[in-house]
Design a protein around this ligand. Sequence first.
Ligand SMILES: [Zn+2]
Length: 219
Amino acid sequence: MFVGHYAPAFAAKAIKNSPGLAAGLLAVQAVDIGFFTLTYFDIEKWRPNPDLPGMRKIDLYYMPYTHSLVGCLIWAAVLGAVAFALSPQGRKAIAGIVIAGLVFSHWLLDLIVHRPDLALYDDHDKMGFGLWNYPTVEMPLEIGILLIGWAIYLYASKAKGWFGHVTPFVVLAALLGLQYIDWFMPVSGDHTQFTMLALVAYFGVGALGLLLDRTREAR
Ligand SMILES: [Zn+2]
């Protein structure tokens, strides 16, 4: 799952005094940012497997630190604590809870689409409902999840000026464009290239969150 992960970050803006959208958009992908960084150093591992059915023909065969249930809960707790520490008085608790929740939402959404490669802990007891094997179900579901989150954001916020009416649609178009590339770009097997593209995309989307925060405010 890629852009579907952003739905909880958008929806969280409906919560009073929730942290900035950029932080939320990075939080929901935090364990993937970790995964791509660790695969660059060959600590977590994937390999192309053209024989897999459906879409996303890569075998994610070792990701204990970022995508095990226990691993992801640790990421959520640590990043929630960081958000708590960095937030101003009066907003600390809500920031910590929202960021921790958003980090963990990644695992729950991954569980729907991943083949059984999400461990309970370390590399044991792997889970995944495997909707990637059924693109005709996965693709509309992922876009639908994104649109629900985006619509909640649109409803929960209002434009500061005329540009703020346009930016949500610009961001949505950018996300759909990135998802198109993600779905239809062939996987080369080049780990460095894959890591760099992924990190540019994740931080680029974070920057789009800054754009939205500058041009819109809570209703
Ligand atoms: Zn993931």
